[in-house]
Ligand binder design. Structure first.
Ligand code: SF4
Length: 456
């Protein structure tokens, strides 16, 4: 039996550079944590340090090049966090692969650089697919200190020997949807009220500050859409993918039929945020970078097409967080662990919950909307072409947003109280499907579209 969910909202939703939460933000954070760990070493040991080397395993090794993983680790070693890393920094680092860089270790300069990032075995025995080993070496290449990090999806990082950090106890403990539903029923609360109470209890933050930070995240999401709608040109990498968000937006303006116009605008917004992500722009993990077009597209539509108020949207956003927490706690939100069902599928479920809650529907219907959205992503593999978060990821964000909208319509239109599939059942199915899925379909670019598109 798993313990209650004690993750903060601001660990799930984080603003930072794309294109990948597990392959960019997570490794950057690992680099940063390693730098901090090295700074705490005894002075005699640190004095002998000459260089830092990284070894990438599993999906990080297979698709790290297209995800900007090497540059992200380097940026972390140089002291940048995902929150503070300036836009364009990763591209600048990647553009000079031979350049030497130096990690500051208490005044001593320790050499590192992209040439010291070694892509090791794709198939390995470490507990997480996205494994990264960082080593501090002396001048003879002997390891003085090393640590094994795991990028577990959504920008979360653990390491060998990691212990769950101590937090306050949630005001309403739950570990799955059954328990959350029971709390809502027994205590007469909405999901968003439970989430807000829990956040203040877990983190000790004041309610007013939590609301302020949520508003900032929502604005950052909208900003990613706006930037993407304004941008044009070709995305980085060898695929030559043209940005299409602006074209879709212009097309939406010409459509006379209102359903067509709405759906085209929704697609445009999802493309916009997803293209920003693919270009290394700042997005919000929702729950990951690869799926970072889904929630912003719905948010934009809710604000500017459906004219839903800020408070209702924020409450919907909290319900979305509940779905993301439960999926992560009981399955995974990492493409490298369960395929794309854990990224776009969960994002779509979160989006369906956000919209349905914001429209004022009960927790029961919110859950059903999330379940319907997730159910129809089950089995979806992760097969990014060339290891770039572009094909199929960008279009998948649009499909995830449209499915979320439809899932909300279906659950609102069929509320008889007789839904047969619970969200927990859909999440259990996702976990089982992910366990059985071949590794070649889990963010390694060794199967699916990543292979067929290249071979044809
Ligand atoms: S295919 Fe899906 S899971 Fe894989 S990188 Fe793209 S968005 Fe992420």
């Amino acid at each position: 039996m798993k313990g209650p969910i004690t993750t903060s909202l601001f660990s799930l939703f984080k603003a930072g550079p794309g294109p990948s939460s597990s392959h960019t933000m997570g490794p950057m954070r690992a680099g940063c944590l390693f730098r901090e760990a090295c700074a705490a070493l005894p002075r005699e040991l640190a004095a002998r340090a000459a260089s830092v080397q990284a070894r990438l395993y599993g999906s990080l090794s297979a698709t790290g090049a297209g995800h900007g993983t090497d540059a992200a680790i380097l940026a972390g070693l140089l002291g940048w966090t995902p929150e503070e890393c300036p836009p364009g920094m990763l591209r600048k680092l990647a553009s000079a692969p031979e350049e030497k860089h130096f990690m500051d270790l208490g005044g001593k300069r320790v050499e590192t650089g992209l040439s010291r990032m070694v892509h090791d075995d794709v198939h390995h025995a470490h507990p997480w697919s996205n494994t990264l080993e960082l080593e501090l070496l002396d001048s003879g290449g002997n390891a003085l200190f090393s640590r094994e990090y795991y990028s577990t999806g959504g920008g979360f990082v653990q390491w060998k020997g990691w212990q769950e950090p101590e937090t306050g106890m949630p005001a309403h403990p739950y570990s799955c949807m059954d328990e959350l539903r029971a709390i809502a029923r027994n205590e007469g609360l909405n999901i968003h009220e439970i989430l807000l109470d829990n956040e203040t209890a877990i983190t000790g933050a004041h309610r007013k500050d939590v609301i302020h930070r949520l508003n900032m995240l929502l604005d950052a999401m909208e900003e990613s859409v706006r930037r993407g709608l304004d941008a044009g040109g070709v995305l980085p990498g060898p695929l030559g993918v043209q940005r299409k968000a602006r074209l879709l937006w212009e097309t939406a303006g010409k459509r006379l039929s209102s359903p067509e116009r709405f759906l085209t605008a929704l697609n445009a917004c999802a493309f916009a945020a997803a293209e920003e992500n693919a270009d290394g722009g700042v997005v919000v993990t929702a729950p990951t970078c690869g799926s970072a077009g889904v929630l912003p597209a719905l948010l934009y539509a809710m604000r500017h097409e459906m004219f839903i108020g800020d408070r209702a949207i924020r409450e919907g956003f909290l319900s979305a967080a509940a779905i993301g927490f439960i999926a992560r706690h009981n399955a995974s939100i990492a493409g490298a662990e369960v395929g794309c069902q854990g990224e776009i599928g969960v994002a779509s479920a979160m989006g369906a919950a956000m919209l349905t809650d914001a429209l004022g529907y009960s927790s029961h219907i919110v859950e059903n909307a999330a379940e319907v959205a997730l159910e129809h992503h089950l089995g979806m593999t992760c097969d990014p072409v060339g290891g770039y978060v572009q094909i199929p990821c960008i279009e998948r964000c649009a499909m995830g947003a449209v499915k979320a909208f439809n899932a909300s319509l279906i659950s609102r239109g069929t509320d008889s109280g007789a839904h047969r599939v619970s969200l927990d059942a859909a999440i259990a199915a996702m976990a089982e499907t992910g366990r059985e899925m071949s590794r070649k379909f889990k963010e390694t670019s060794l199967g699916g579209l990543a292979v067929s598109m290249v071979e044809c």
